[in-house]
Structure formats: C-alpha cells, structure tokens
Design a protein around this ligand. Sequence first.
Ligand code: BGC
Length: 705
Amino acid sequence: MRQSEDKRGNAAVSSDPDARAEALLDQMTLDEQIGLLSGHMPSVLKPRPEGIQRSAGWVPGLRRLGIPDLFETDASLGVSAAGRRDDQATALPSGLALASSWSPELAEEAGAMIAGEARAKGFNCLLAGGVNLTREPRNGRNFEYLGEDPLLAGVLCGASIRGIQARHIVSTIKHFALNSQETGRMVMSAHLDEAAFRESDLLAFQIAIEAGQPGSVMCAYNRVDGTYASENAWLLTDVLRGDWGYKGWVMSDWGAVHSAAPAANAGLDQQSGREFDVQPFFVGPLKDAVVAGEVPTARIREMAHRYLRSMLACGVFEHPVSNGTPDLAAGAAVTRRAAEAGVVLLKNDGLLPLEGVRRIAVIGGKADIGVMSGGGSSQVVPQGSTRFDPPPGAPRWTAGVIYQPDPPLEAIRARAANVQVAFDDGADPARAAKLAAESDVAIVFAVEWATEAVDTTLVLPDGQDALIAAVAAANRRTVVALETGNPVFMPWLGDVGAVVEAWYPGSEGGKAIAAVLFGDVNPAGRLPITFPASTEALAHKALPGGDLPIVNDRGDTPPFDVDYVEGADVGYRWYARTGARPLFPFGFGLSYTTFRYANLAMDGLAASFDVTNAGARTGIEVAQLYLTGAPGRDGQRLLGWARVALEPGETRRVTVDANPRLLADWSLEARAFVIAGGEYRVAVGPDAATRVLEGATTLLGGRVD
Ligand code: BGC
C-alpha cells in the first residue's frame, strides 16, 4: 500500500499534503509531471490565451486530475498592476515602512489584505516575502525589503506570509540569496563566508520560513560563490532542504535559469516565466536530460511533488479563486494603519505636532498630486495614480514614476480647516523660500524614486537639498517630509525644525503623513536601517560594480565579484564594529512623548524591565534588547523587542525573550548554531546606539535547533 492510500485505497480522504501529492503523481505521466515544472509570463505572451489576464506568472494545471492553474502576481506591496489598465488595488506602504512599525501583527494584517485582494482578482500565488537584508543602502530595491536585521526582517516576513497563506493563497519568500544590489544582479557573484552567511542573510530566511511556512522559495538572479543561485546545490538542497527541512518548491526568478540538468539536480523545481530565459529549459531540454539519464525520473517526481504539496498544504485546491471586486475600503483601512505606523520622526525641535499655526507653506515633492512609490515588478498602480516619465537610465519596462493617489496637500488642507495653506512646487527655490518666509511653518516634501533593476545614491536628487536649504534659511520652522526608498544624507539637518521619514507611504499616505504632522497619530516608527552620515562609513564605500559599463539592453555589466567583507556585521553591527557614528542609528525614532527605562533583570534568556511614558501623550515605545558582548567576542545584535503602548504616566513591566540563535554563533564543525557557555552582556534602549540599561546573563553552552 502506498503512503497515499488508506485501507480502501482511497487517496482523497487524506488531509496530508504529501500523501495527496503522491496519489496525484501516481496517476501522472512523466510528461504531465514535467508540464507542472515551468510557467509563462502572461504579460508578455502573444497571443495571450483567453481568460488569462496580464500578470507575472501562470503555470497551467491539469484538468484531468483537478490540479488548478497557478496564477501568480507580484505582491510585495499590494497586488501589482503588471500592465493591467484600470487596475483596482490598494498600495501598501513600502517594505521599509512596514518594517519601521516593528509590528508582526501589522505585517500579518497587511499580508492578509493583499491576499484578499489577490483572491478577488483571480490570483492564487503571491510573489511576496522579500527578505534580502540591506547590505547595500544604495540598493534600488531596499524599499521592497524589510531592513538590515535578520531577526526583525525574518519575524515580519514570516508574519506577512502567515497572513497571506491563511487566505489559502501560496506565498513565496525571495530572493534566495544575497541579491543585495541591483547593479549587475544577473551577473555578479556574491561571496560571504559560511558562518557569517548563516548568521545574517540565511538567518532572515530561516526565521521567516519557520514562522510563515511559505509554499515556495524564489531563487535569486545572482551567483553565490561563483554559481548561479538557481543552480546552487549548497543553497537549494544542502541548506534549504537538508538543514532546514523545507518541504515546498523552489521557483526561479524571471530570467534566472541558465540550464536544465544542472539546475534541476541542484534543487530548482520550477522555471518561472519561461519566455524570459534564453530557452524553455524546464520543457524540452529537461525531458531530453531525463531521457539521456542526466536527471533521474525520481527527481522529476520530487520536483512535481514539492509543487503539488505546497498547493495542497495552502488549500489552493479547495479554495479556488475567481474574479470579483476587491474590498478597497477594507484595504484602505489596513494601508492607512500601516502607513501611520511606519512614519519615523527623525528630528523635532518642538515644531511638531503642528498647533496654532495660521499660514502653512507646503512645498515640493508633487505634494499636490500624490505620494511617491517605488518602481519595478512590485509596482502597484491604484486608480487615480499619476505617471511621469522615468529619469534616464531607468529600465524601459517600468511603469514610469508613479505617484499614488493620496496628495499630502489635500490631506493637510482637510486637517487644517481655517488655516491658510499655500502650495509651491519647489521648482524655484527662491520663490519657495519667499513663501516660507511669509508662513508660520513650511513643510517641504522631498522625494526620491527608486526602482528594481538599478541602484540609487544616498543624495536627494533634482536639487532638493538646495531647495530645503533655501527654505530653511528663510524660515527655520521648516519640516522636511521625506518619501524615499533608501536612507538619504541630510546636509540641511541642523537648519530645519523637524524631519519625518514617510518612506513610500502607499495609497493612504497623504492622510497618514498629515495625521502625524498634526499629532492625531503619535509617531511610533523606528528605523529598520541605519542612515549613514557619509559613504566613508560604509563597508563598501563605492557601489560594487557601479563603475562598470552597461553591455546590453538588459542592463548587465560584465561579471564581477562582491566580497561581503562585513560578514554578518550588516548595518548597525558594522557601526558597532567600526565605531563610526551614523546620521541616525538603526531602531531610532522619536515620539511626541518621552519614555523612561528602569530595573533591568535578566533571567536566562528573558530580560525584564520597566518602561514608563514620562510625557503627556499616549504613545508607543519600541523597546529593544541588544547583545553587546559574548564570551570571546564583542559586537552587537538585536535579540528581541517589545512594542508597548502606554498612557501618560503609565509604567509597564516588559519581558523580552532573547532569540537563542542571535546569542549563538554558527559552528562549521557542529553544522549548527552553538551557544558558548559564559557571560552574555546585554543592553536595553530605544535604538542601537543608546544603551539605557545594561545587564548580563550567564548561559550554559549548547546547540540551538
Ligand atoms: C523580480 C521578482 C519578481 C519577478 C516577477 C523579477 O524581475 O526580481 O521579484 O517576482 O520579476 O515579476
């Protein structure tokens, strides 16, 4: 009796996805199994089959056995438009904004929201779950990801995948691994020593996979140690399947496949958007490789098994999707909450919240039109968006620079009844400065567009630094509201009264920014990435490959290597190691109230302490627990955090459990995380650079599973 059969040989009664997948495979020919191992990209299909809408991906099913088609859509920040006109979708704030909330609950809610809209739009697989760490602050895709820390990014990513899959939609996690920059992404080779890799980028994936159980892992474009991620047996088989016991399937990124047998044997299970690769490798060439004995039929069966078992485990068979209308009102409520939670107040000389002002100058950033969003495959285009031509050098396939439809100017006007609100587009700094001088307060919106496929700089483009300087010189009561996909330098920081980082705030972004400016929302966002003071402090002072020529119309440079010399010390850990001072540290964010910490007590892995709201407004503190010293080594690591809402005057005793893997080091001998016995020093505080309470705990050594 096969595993998939009960006593009567009835496979359908089993709820075990592996048993059900086996029962289906028993009834399939080799060709049918291979038929599940590649997909199309409907947006480029000519002609596009009837009933198949424009989207990133489509894997035809097998009607004979009731295997559904897989309809894939990009979904990092909402259901992406993929060239569909008149699309109806809610745009979430960027990944960095979501990460600034430090709230797994919000991440889960956001995931569930996207899945709900996807379901109503006929998609059952979301190309979501971007968890590449911010090794490179100039990475053009940082806005899609969740920052520089493996614990924060992993926990939030896992939560959002949970939210998606609870709605019976498969989620991916991507891009596996070390796709840390866009420059040369198709050709570069990333090098990182194994222990450091396990303690950083891989740890983010591991935590997220455990927490979210994504149905699929999407491999990266780049090479890792010289081998394409799509053919990297160490990554796809030894680590993912062997060490982590991952049961789902590995799909390729679009255009990331370079072979049939080497990729299949290394652990790639499915070729996505096969029109994007030079050959439909996982169609004819894969069959030929099987016939030639280069790929065992058992491996084909395993590949198809992994695919089917994930669809079954997510309930895709039982919960078919159909076209309907997304609940945009529900989406708006979720994205508004996420945007408000993601705004980070970086500076405040008492200027905010705005009170008692009579004349406000709103300047720049197309604040009269909408809010900035990031470009590339994740682009969501809600109705009412405005498109501008992209700057030179942007990939031709982007939708352009999209301003999503929630103009901050309108939101400020709505909030500030009886206040005179004037707008200047900022094109002429002298004119803007004159308006600022005539106003009680000036709010300058400064924007930076980032997109997939190219990297950015850390300098605000288009003369916006000069605009801010001119406005601030005319009126020190200047608030800078940033809508950026990356950290930026702030040469004018000492001259302005307040700075808020709103990231790309999504389709309710204008209202969210206004709510923070006027104090309807007490800001609680905390930076998930370090803001550098200069490129000198970075592990890579210049962008790797940034000086190489572009050699084809796909934007490729000649191949090059990147040595991640910082190892696992990404972001704030690098600053801790080098002693350099950032512009703003990881974890940083101000509130309209103040918090006090007291009475740290360590009990094994648990840190307990009091947090008090010492100000006059209700607020949320993100209390962070860091490792500051371990037996035989220094260095800093986030061990855990608590997001605590407190009324004025309220004190709460908070317990944060340190994540044992963050206390451990990866042991090459034990092939496991191992905690060395001895004393571990910790600090508690509001950001990575501020140690308010310090303590220590003594741990027995041992493996961490
Ligand atoms: C991106 C992926 C995306 C895919 C499909 C690629 O360019 O790297 O993140 O899911 O396209 O649109």
